[in-house]
Write a protein that binds this ligand. Structure first.
Ligand code: G1P
Length: 286
């Protein structure tokens, strides 16, 4: 069955960005000229996703407003004759069918995904952690959908991480099966470098079979007393294969202030309107 639905989790507090995130969702921080969340949504749409399920929490209403129609704003732009902006605003709300469900308690990534169980139903689906933004020719999820179509099993995206950074990622024990694809033999959530089975870290893109929901329901709290998706994947290995796909593209972790700044500079340098001037400015500055 085709991968039609994507779950995007936006329920975190964004504590690393406090105080900004006290009154504004982290996912609405700009990356040049669009909020972070829009990159994930556009990647999903450009990968063939037809329905997006955003798992939200208290204080995330700005995201709902962003993808909704704003008749008042459209009216103002129409009166001004600002056709370009009017079109942009309309395109945004027509982008995709989005529905929202709230995670009432912050019990971890696994729990957030479980919240979407009834909306997803019994079909394969994608998961996006929108902090991970990948600059690539072909959208990462689209690359993964191709792997899924061939193998019809769970696929997680992986990237090489430096060995001291294994404590920041789910790390896989890989068995290479082709140039970009590994069979996952086991997974560990944020292991110390000495315990890490490799330096292949899971990046926030997954294609999962619906059986993951049954497993998540039985997954006990793990690291930080949270229900970890990585632990559920480890349990899922008893009944299904998981493939790891080393994608083509450059990944940015916009979940930290430094990563967000790096992404901002990299994306701004490529921007047709401002890239050239920014490059000159950075040269001067250095
Ligand atoms: C989560 C997952 C981790 C994964 C990472 C990717 O961690 O728990 O397995 O490698 O996303 O970004 P978080 O970054 O939310 O702490």
């Amino acid at each position: 069955m085709k991968v039609r639905k994507a779950v995007i989790t936006v329920a975190g507090w964004g504590t690393r960005f406090l105080p900004i995130t006290k009154a504004q969702p982290k996912e609405m921080l700009p990356l040049v000229d669009k909020p972070l969340i829009q990159y994930a949504v556009e990647e999903a749409v450009n990968s063939g996703i037809e329905q997006i399920i955003l798992v939200t929490a208290m204080g995330k209403q700005a995201i709902e407003d962003y993808f909704d129609r704003s008749f008042e704003l459209e009216y103002v732009l129409e009166q001004k004759g600002d056709v370009r902006r009017l079109q942009e605003i309309r395109e945004l709300s027509d982008l995709v069918n989005v529905c929202y469900i709230r995670q009432k308690e912050q019990l971890g990534l696994g729990h957030a995904i479980l919240t979407a169980k009834d909306i997803v139903g019994r079909e394969p689906f994608a998961v996006f952690l929108p902090d991970d933004i990948v600059d690539s020719k072909v959208p990462v999820l689209k690359q993964m959908v191709e792997v899924y179509e061939q193998h019809k099993t769970n696929v997680v995206a992986v990237d090489r991480v430096s060995i001291q950074d294994t404590t920041k990622y789910g790390i896989i024990e890989p068995k290479k099966i082709s140039s970009h694809i590994y069979q996952v033999l086991s997974l560990a959530e944020k292991p110390e470098p000495a315990q890490a089975p490799s330096n292949l870290g899971v990046v926030g893109r997954y294609i999962l079979m619906p059986q993951i929901f049954d497993v998540l329901e039985a997954t006990p709290p793990g690291k930080n007393q949270e229900i970890q998706l990585t632990d559920a994947l480890q349990l899922l290995l008893r009944q299904q294969a998981i493939l790891a796909y080393e994608f083509e593209g450059v990944r940015y972790d916009t979940g930290t202030p430094l990563g967000w700044l790096e992404a901002t500079i990299a994306f701004a340098l490529k921007h047709p309107d401002i890239g050239h001037k920014l490059r000159e400015y950075l040269r001067q500055l250095l």
